[in-house]
Design a protein around this ligand. Structure first.
Ligand SMILES: [Cu+2]
Length: 213
């Protein structure tokens, strides 16, 4: 198992548990996450909601020096990113994802960048877990919504401004959190850390989540 598989598996379990105690929006049929991302899905058991999982890598210098980028793992194929080729979001970029509304979507962000670009301060906008890649294995640190984050060194963030969600991405970690999009639409996500020329650039450190009904 690679680390994404392990964390993805853990996340599915966590999401399943959380959802089991949640509002319990029942699903019937499939709700596959689309756009060629790596998806981990399970079959529904009883009335439990099947979680969807979004995998994104943060790759340093993906499009040249300091053009760091969020990339769907299946698009890491050696070709140049299709970034900045469109001005109308969401556009044909390599980091747009589509998820269903009303379902707890698990995000598994693998930050392959070892750079530290800022200290993340404030409070946790939502529950999240940081899996630190250490010489003795992965060490999980869980943060709860509202918890103070005193100067956490990060390379990037995954921020969805319209939902007031901002997740710090420390260097060389896998970070997981869940998000339920209740309203269909297009949501911009971005990195708020000053990480270079990819910051704020669509297809690099910006992307879009399309939420379908
Ligand atoms: Cu960044």
């Amino acid at each position: 198992m690679n680390r994404r598989t392990i964390v993805g598996f853990v996340l599915v379990l966590v999401v399943g548990l959380v959802e089991g105690y949640g509002a319990g929006t029942a699903l019937s049929g499939s709700h596959a996450v689309t756009q060629s991302m790596t998806v981990t899905e399970t079959t529904a058991v009883g009335a439990q909601v099947v979680p969807a999982v979004v995998n994104l890598d943060v790759i340093p210098d993906w499009g040249g020096a300091t053009y760091d980028a969020f990339v769907i793992p299946s698009h890491v194929d050696g070709t140049l990113p299709r970034a900045g080729t469109n001005s109308t979001p969401p556009g044909p970029n390599d980091n747009n994802v589509t998820v269903p509304a009303g379902v707890a979507v698990g995000f598994v962000i693998t930050n392959l960048d070892t750079a530290v670009n800022m200290n993340f301060t404030g409070t946790a906008s939502t529950d999240f877990t940081v899996y630190n890649d250490t010489t003795s294995g992965y060490v999980a640190l869980h943060y709860s919504k509202g918890q103070t984050l005193p100067k956490l060194p990060v390379g990037h963030t995954l921020t969805i401004p319209s939902l007031n969600v901002s997740i710090p991405l420390p260097p060389d970690t896998v970070v997981t959190f869940t998000c339920t999009f209740t309203t269909p639409g297009v949501y911009e996500y971005m990195c708020m850390a000053p990480c270079g020329l990819g910051m704020g650039l669509t297809g690099y450190m910006n992307g879009y989540v399309t939420v379908t009904s």
